[in-house]
Design a protein around this ligand. Structure first.
Ligand code: IPM
Ligand code: MG
Length: 356
């Protein structure tokens, strides 16, 4: 197979981890006889520095013409000034919107050998295997916003909206994912308070009744979900929710496996390229030290191969290699619990050796 893959290293540890994931992709291509072309483009803070724009038009154009995109991370203290004209995060939101990447898949499956790295007790975690599907191009993230004068100073507002079509497509995608897993779907909303959530709930219920009657389906309020995720995480299979609830709940869920450094994600649209990225941020505090965990980005390449290139066997080969390296006891600093640890490059070398 021939494929064009765009690399968006971004800021902080982004370039270090994308470099390692790129090595893994190259080795997979060689091993399985594929030809992948790569192009690296700026996004985020480094793109602001170079072009004054966190998503320069040439980066967006290259992404539109690609088969898949691998992103590191964006942002850092250098670009954090609240009065700045633009921000690195704007580049990330813009690429999601421009490419129509409405569904963000975030699998949470704590590795059995790392359960003690989690702040949660082992008996709560055992059996946990959740796929979060977060709506990614709507809701309060993209509603009208602004400021107006107020007698006390100013008033700021962000509008939360969802329309029927936006809810239908993400519910369908999540329901199909549940059919391919354990057949259970949980939709999370705040329908006791928000009109937007009442439309979400009605629409979701209709789609499930009409098109997916075989699924075990439940609705949970977002505040209760925050609690259930900690008290009984193993009860959930696929969890679908809106943009902001999904942002918050997936960070909470990321603590189940103990480290953000292990979690991959895929952002998908109807057609066109998917965007794959670790769910951790740019970690500016450890950038350049060679200690970042490359596994979340390496696992993101497995999702890339699976979802955008339909190369299931290759995806599994990467996942198995990562699994074997963890089983063999190798740890980067974030999951070493104070013990011995390997560097970013050493960890990647181990995965490559395992891939063969
Ligand atoms: C995420 C991040 C982003 C978001 C930020 C960096 C804009 O937190 O991907 O979860 O809020 O969506
Ligand atoms: Mg987030």
């Amino acid at each position: 197979m021939n494929a064009k893959i765009i690399l968006l290293p971004g800021d902080g540890i982004g370039p270090e981890i994308v470099k390692q994931a790129h090595r893994v992709l190259k080795q997979v291509a060689e091993k399985f006889g594929h030809h992948f072309d790569y192009e690296s483009c700026p996004i985020g803070g480094c793109a602001i520095d170079e072009f004054g724009d966190p998503l320069p038009p040439q980066t967006l154009e290259a992404c539109r013409n690609a088969d898949a995109i691998l992103l590191g991370a964006v942002g850092g203290p250098k670009w954090d000034d609240p009065t700045a004209k633009t921000r690195p995060e704007k580049g990330l939101l813009a690429i999601r919107k421009e490419l129509g990447l409405f569904a963000n898949l975030r699998p949470i499956n704590p590795h059995p050998d790392l359960l003690d790295a989690s702040p949660l007790k082992r008996d709560r975690l055992e059996g946990t295997d959740i796929l979060f599907v977060r709506e990614l191009t709507g809701g309060i993230y993209f509603g009208e916003s602004g400021r107006k004068p107020h007698e006390s100073g100013e008033e700021a507002y962000n509008m939360m909206t969802y329309n029927t079509g936006e809810v239908e497509r993400v519910i369908r995608l999540a329901a199909k994912a549940a059919q391919g897993r354990r057949g259970k779907l949980t939709s999370v909303d705040k329908a006791n308070v928000l009109e937007v959530s009442r439309l979400w709930r009605q629409t979701a219920e209709r789609i499930i009744q009409e098109e997916f009657p075989d699924l075990e389906y439940e609705v949970v309020l977002v505040d209760a979900m925050a609690m259930h995720l900690i008290s009984r995480p193993a009860d959930f299979d696929v969890v679908v929710t809106g943009n902001m609830f999904g942002d918050i709940l997936t960070d909470e869920a990321s603590m189940l496996p103990g480290s953000l450094g292990l979690l991959a994600s895929a952002s998908l649209g109807t057609d066109g390229p998917g965007l794959y990225e670790p769910i951790h941020g740019s970690a500016p505090d450890i950038a350049g030290q060679g200690i970042a965990n490359p596994l979340a980005t390496i696992l993101s390449t497995a999702m890339l191969l699976r979802h955008s290139l339909k190369l299931e066997e290759e995806a599994i080969a990467i996942e198995n290699a990562v699994d074997a390296v963890i089983k063999a006891g190798h740890r980067t600093k974030d999951i070493a619990a104070g013990g011995d640890f390997v560097s970013t490059t050493e960890m990647s070398d181990l995965v490559l050796a395992q891939l063969g």
